[in-house]
Structures are given as structure tokens and as C-alpha cells.
Design a protein around this ligand. Structure first.
Ligand SMILES: Nc1nc2c(ncn2[C@@H]2O[C@H](COP(=O)(O)OP(=O)(O)OP(=O)(O)O)[C@@H](O)[C@H]2O)c(=O)[nH]1
Ligand SMILES: [Mg+2]
Length: 358
């Protein structure tokens, strides 16, 4: 399965720099013409569990889960930009906090909070315009009364939209006013203010992230759809170009414990509501992506539709049991391998073997 995230933000905020930092690419930075080009690249989701599995299986191949980052042209209020952003599953917002006159600022200010507010306001206005159009249409159609099939649904939708409209007018994003069920029902609109969002405050090489007074990143990301983080974009991009040895020296020089890259990729993945299950064997050890809440048969389908069709059962060892027992075989002997049916809800890190009649 393919998971995509788009980097967006004002002109010259460092989107492409952050793209390079996250993906290890080395694409050209802004020429300050404002005509930033689009880039995309897939990256592996770092997962130490794979190394652990590979030690047991000594497979020919280790395949991590992947996410794709997209570097979109600068946000400048064009219809095309909003249309493109609407198509994305999740957004990574990059705002500028690094100083210096060498890089122009489209609004002649270094104020990331204000930039973020502008962006948020425009997104709210875009969604509001959509809600208004839909409300108008539903008010017309429902006038006819309960004589047509969709009437009840349309009345319910209209009620919901009329409820959230005043909040949008006050600048409140839809993810704060729609409950999960309503969000699901209205997902077809691809509202901008419903998208899970990671905000990266792009700070200067010498800046201290702690000085930016950002809320801590929650430990548990299950219900989180907004995370904010400070990143030294340029420094991280340089770091991403180094080999392991040079990187260690570089990190020590800057007093850093690890590159932020891996953390941001993992955060992005979780933010999208994705988790991994693992399979092992002498040929391949692999992490597969399923949405949180997916069932065993859905997980089987990620591997192959035939496996889902011929599903008999899933043999599952939870990650903590796997680690405690030390291997698949030991987990089996310790009776930690469970037989699960189609409706079993997959857990992050489950080690699985599917039995199927395909
Ligand atoms: N000091 C400093 N400079 C940075 C940082 N990030 C980006 N820059 C500089 O800002 C300039 C623009 O960076 P880009 O990453 O190309 O910005 P962008 O947002 O992709 O620009 P557009 O696509 O044209 O909107 C480059 O000269 C970078 O070197 C940073 O964290 N610190
Ligand atoms: Mg760019």
C-alpha cells in the first residue's frame, strides 16, 4: 500500500530543504522566482523491529514499509494549489523561523506563527466556501420533501453542515467540530481542515528548539491528527547527505543524539493512521502497511488478494511476545502463537503468518 504526504508552505520557507532532509534527495533549492518545482520520493519507514526479525530469519531480503513525500510548489493562494492540497491524504506544513536576509520572505517578516495563521485561515475559507455551496444545494433539493430516496440522508447532512458553518466562520477547522462518524460521511469533500497535519517549524542551524515553546509531541499517536515540531531543516538536509561515520561526527559537533529524519518519518506514518505488521521467512522479512483498526483479512489482502480470498486463519505472535520468546519458533513452543480469524483487529508489530487455501 502506498502512503503519501505532501509538504506545503509559503514561498521560501524551506520546503525543498526539508524534502531533501526527509528523503535524502539532493534536489535543487529555490531560485526565488516563486516557481518551485514539484518533487516526489519514496522513503523506507525506519523500523528497528525488522532488524530484530532479520537476525532470526537471516533472510535474503529485508523490505521496510514505505511512505512517499511530495514537495508541492509554494502556497500562494492559487486555486490549483488548493486543489492539489485537497487530493493529499495528509499535509506536512513547513513554516520559516530561520533568520537571515539572504533568503527573502514574501511578507517581509520572520513570524512563523503568523504564517501558520494565514495558511490556516485560507484553508478554513476554502472549506467554508465548499460548505456554503453544498448547503445551498441541499436546501434546494430537500425542499421537495421526503418524496425521494436520499431525502433523509440529505437532511442529516444539511443539519451537520449548518452546525459546523458558524464555527468555520469563526476560523475553527472542521476536525475540531466534526465527530469521526461525520468525518467519514463527509470524506468525499476532501476538506482541507480535516486532514491530519504535521507542522515543521524550520529553525536556523544555531537555534535552540526549546526556545520555540512548542507543545510536546504526544507519546501515543492513536488519536492525534496535529503534531508540531521544530526542525533545523538545512542542517538535517546536510546530515542526510553524509555516510554513517561522518554523520556521527556531525551529530556530536552539534550536540545532537540522532537525526530528526527518522522521527519525522515515523510520526508522519502514524499521523496517517497507519501501522505495520510483520512477516518473516528465509526469503524475506517484511513490514506491511495497514490502517489502524484493520482486520486480519484486510491485512491478508495487503499481501495478496488470493490470500484474503482463501483466508483460513492468521497465526499471530504479538511483538512483545515475540521479543520475550526470542523467535517465531520459540513463541510457538511457548504457546504464544494465537490462531485468529478474519475479524481479528491487527495490532502494530504483530508477526503474522497467514494460512490460506489459495
Ligand atoms: N539558514 C537556513 N536557511 C535555510 C533553511 N532552510 C532553507 N534555507 C534556505 O532557504 C532557501 C530556500 O530554501 P528552499 O528549501 O528551496 O525553500 P522552498 O520553500 O522550497 O522555496 P520555494 O519552493 O521556492 O517556495 C535556500 O537558500 C535554503 O538554503 C534553514 O533551516 N536555515
Ligand atoms: Mg521548493
Amino acid at each position: 500500500m502506498h502512503v503519501k504526504l505532501a509538504l506545503i508552505g509559503p514561498k521560501f520557507s524551506g520546503k525543498t530543504t526539508v524534502f531533501n532532509a526527509l528523503t535524502g534527495a539532493n534536489v535543487e533549492l529555490s531560485d526565488f522566482s516563486g516557481a518551485g518545482r514539484e518533487h516526489s520520493r519514496e522513503v523506507a519507514v525506519p523500523d528497528p523491529r525488522l532488524e530484530r526479525l532479520a537476525r532470526d530469519w537471516k533472510p535474503k531480503k529485508v523490505t521496510p514499509a514505505r511512505v512517499e513525500f511530495l514537495d508541492l510548489p509554494a502556497y500562494g493562494g492559487s486555486e490549483k494549489f488548493f486543489g492539489d492540497a485537497r487530493q493529499q491524504e495528509a499535509l506536512v506544513r513547513v513554516v520559516r523561523a530561520f533568520g537571515g536576509d539572504a533568503v527573502p520572505h514574501p511578507k517581509d517578516r520572520i513570524d512563523w506563527r503568523a504564517d501558520l495563521e494565514d495558511l490556516e485561515t485560507d484553508f478554513v475559507l476554502q472549506d467554508l466556501a465548499m460548505v456554503e455551496r453544498r448547503v445551498e444545494k441541499l436546501q434546494q433539493t430537500t425542499k421537495r420533501g421526503p418524496s425521494y430516496k436520499a431525502y433523509k440522508d440529505e437532511v442529516a447532512e444539511l443539519e451537520t453542515l449548518l452546525r459546523v458553518k458558524p464555527a468555520l466562520e469563526d476560523g475553527v477547522p472542521l476536525k475540531r467540530t466534526l465527530n469521526p462518524e461525520e468525518q467519514e460521511k463527509l470524506s468525499g469533500f476532501r476538506f482541507l481542515t480535516l486532514k491530519p497535519t504535521l507542522t515543521l517549524v524550520n529553525i536556523g542551524d544555531e537555534d535552540d528548539p526549546a526556545a520555540f515553546d512548542l507543545p510536546p509531541v504526544p507519546e501515543q499517536l492513536d488519536d492525534v491528527d496535529d503534531v508540531i515540531l521544530a526542525i533545523r531543516g538545512r542542517l538535517e538536509a546536510e546530515l542526510a547527505q553524509l555516510d554513517d561515520e561522518d554523520r556521527a561526527v556531525f551529530l556530536a559537533d552539534f550536540g545532537l543524539s540522532e537525526p530528526l529524519r527518522e522521527r519525522v518519518i515515523r510520526l508522519s506514518y502514524a499521523l496517517l493512521g497507519q501501522q505495520s505488521f510483520l512477516t518473516g521467512g528465509p526469503k524475506e522479512v517484511r513490514a506491511w502497511t495497514v490502517r489502524r483498526g484493520a482486520t486480519a483479512v484486510e491485512a491478508a489482502r495487503v499481501i495478496h488478494s488470493d490470500i484474503a480470498r482463501g483466508f483460513i486463519r492468521a497465526e499471530v505472535v504479538s511483538w512483545s511476545d515475540y521479543v520475550a520468546c526470542g523467535s517465531w519458533k520459540a513463541a510457538k513452543e511457548a504457546k504464544k502463537m494465537r490462531l485468529e480469524g478474519k475479524d481479528y483487529v491487527m495490532q502494530d508489530g504483530d508477526v503474522v503468518e497467514f494460512r490460506h487455501g489459495a
